[in-house]
Ligand binder design. Structure first.
Ligand code: GLN
Length: 558
């Protein structure tokens, strides 16, 4: 699926995007938006994420700590920002575009063991940045990109991302005309003062200067737009031109950000600095779509029965970001705003009566997850939805939950379970296949699940088939989809026939490995579970068929 190799028309250009002052101010969205803006000018753009932690990938981190693990089509477990890049650029991003410091170190150390440094002393501050540069160039080549954006994770001033900055500095030194630095910085407006403060940004620029880097452009992130005075001050104190200080205020819909940047002529400024001639801009579809979204009045109310959203007393929706975006795209497509509510599944375990509140919802999503906490509550949610004809959409673990509930309450298989939660269950509806068992025995936990794109053959007599067909994701003569996976456990084929006999339908199967991929409950408005994660393929102008079908039925039922 990679693009054919073609010599780029322009010398490859590189833009490093770094964060100043603090994290979580929208560096990922800003990067994706710059990418989208340059892409709409007809340039071939790609985006790399360079994360400063030592994990080889994001797969071993708790989502509450790190946010969603975004899975690429070629099976890498990456940072959620890669999801933003895919959604904004409307293109798949592959493993080659993701690096962690751990991954870089591993490469360096492996090379050293293979004598690839030819007897030299291998140095932290020289060989590591060189390896980072190799990886950046490799991604640029594989993507045939004219412009490559590199988002450096973390904030200026942290020791951990200094090697990425050093790589950028070296690249700029060798190629001053082809490498740019953009700093996304935060400007607080303390409520006691009421005035926007520029000092933290000035300090962040000084810190960046101490790495030998002068930013070319600053994106000033704040609650409100930057006024002339702030721009002048930052420019003067940071040794920059006023027109290179860009106002990037909060906006209610992140998909508006490319247009906000365009208003500030950010695309022209970047292209001029890179000696590129601006090409004709084309963002009509995107604008039309956003204008339509703005006009939507009615909403659809969806509950998410997950568990990775509390951090202390705060709600952190980041763990489910792709699910939320997928729901939004489908709701918007059907002229509805998304009214999303986080359901406390552990409360349903303690107090099953509170399940009644599910009647207030148009549909329920049970997303992916790991570990036992909250599982019994989710099973109760599935039972309630099945018995009361409430639309239910199960994603990965959500499908497994749906199968366990069906086995327990329809097939009367007492205490049926997944081997993930009860290794000794008499009825292992969801089980571990031998290859995976061996991996666990060897403590081979990293990057070892069923990961990335796998084919699934759809049964023509199913809701899923109709959904994919009506959105033209498949053709009748070839009802095969490719969807992304991230799980260790599978539906146990031993129970397939009894499921089919008693009212469940196996709607999709991976025929290469004979694995169940989609289960649907018959005689229900919409009770569909898929073993894969459809959310990773939902795009703004191309919402995912299963999400759209789910929302369609939810609206109809409400
Ligand atoms: N924990 C389950 C498994 O490993 C489901 C994983 C998921 O929902 N991504 O199979």
């Amino acid at each position: 699926m990679r693009h054919n190799v073609r010599i780029p028309e322009v010398t490859p250009k590189f833009i490093f995007i770094v964060g100043g002052v603090m994290s979580s101010v929208g560096k990922g969205v800003s990067t994706a938006s710059i990418g989208r803006l340059l892409q709409s000018r007809g340039f071939k753009v790609t985006i790399i994420k360079a994360d400063p932690y030592l994990n080889i990938d994001a797969g071993t981190m708790n989502p509450v700590e790190h946010g969603e693990v975004f899975v690429t089509m070629d099976g890498d477990e990456t940072d959620q920002d890669i999801g933003n890049y895919e959604r904004f650029l409307n293109q798949n991003i592959y493993s080659v575009n993701y690096m962690t410091l751990g991954r870089v170190f591993k490469k360096v150390l492996d090379k050293e063991r293979k004598l690839e440094y030819g007897g030299k002393c291998v140095e932290f501050f020289y060989h590591t940045p060189l390896e980072i540069i190799n990886l950046i160039k490799k991604a640029q080549k594989e993507n045939n990109a004219e412009i490559t954006l590199i988002e450096v994770g973390g904030t200026i001033g942290e020791y951990q991302n200094i090697l990425f900055l050093e790589a950028g500095r070296m690249m700029r030194l060798k190629n001053p005309d082809n490498v740019l630095f953009i700093m996304v910085s935060y400007l607080p407006i303390p409520s006691t003062v009421g005035e926007m403060k520029t000092k933290p940004t000035q300090n962040a620029v000084r810190l960046l200067n101490s790495s030998g880097i002068q930013p070319d452009i600053i994106l000033g992130r704040s609650e409100k737009p930057l006024d002339r005075k702030r721009k002048e001050k930052i420019a003067l104190m940071c040794n920059m031109h006023e027109e290179d200080i860009i106002s990037a205020p909060d906006c209610s819909n992140i998909y508006e950000v490319p247009f906000n940047f365009k208003k500030e002529k950010l695309d022209i400024k970047i292209l001029t600095k890179l000696n590129l001639k601006p090409r004709k801009v084309n963002m009509k579809d995107w604008r039309k779509w956003l204008d339509k979204v703005k006009r939507i009045k009615k909403s659809v109310k969806i509950g998410i029965a997950g568990k990775y959203f509390t951090t202390g007393k705060f709600i952190l929706a980041d763990s489910y970001i792709s699910v939320i975006e997928a729901l939004k795209f489908s709701a918007w497509h059907l002229n509805r705003k998304l009214d999303l509510v986080w359901l406390d599944v552990e409360e349903y375990e303690k107090n099953p009566k509170s399940l009644k509140e599910l009647f207030d919802f148009d549909g329920i999503v049970v997303p992916g997850g790991f570990g036992k906490r909250g599982v019994e509550g989710k099973i109760k949610v599935a039972q309630f939805c099945r018995e009361n004809n409430i639309p239910y959409f199960g994603l990965c673990l959500g499908m497994q939950i749906m199968a366990i509930e069906f086995a327990r309450n329809v097939l009367k298989l007492k205490n049926a379970h997944s081997e993930e939660f009860n290794t000794k269950t008499k009825y292992p509806i969801i089980h571990i296949i031998p290859a995976q068992k061996e991996k666990l025995k060897q403590k081979d936990y990293g990057g070892s699940m069923r990961l990335g794109g796998y084919k699934c053959l759809l049964d023509k007599n199913s809701i899923s088939y109709r959904a994919y067909l009506s959105t033209k994701w498949i053709k009748p003569h070839n009802p095969v989809i490719v969807e992304r996976h991230r799980h260790r456990y599978e539906f146990n084929n031993k129970y397939r026939s009894i499921f089919e006999e008693k009212g469940a339908h196996i709607a999709g199967v991976n025929t290469d490995q004979d694995l169940v991929e989609i289960i649907e409950i018959k005689n229900h408005s919409f009770m569909v579970g898929c073993q894969f994660h459809p959310e990773f393929q939902a795009r703004p102008l191309n919402p995912h068929p299963l999400f759209t079908e789910f929302i369609k039925i939810a609206i109809k039922q409400s």
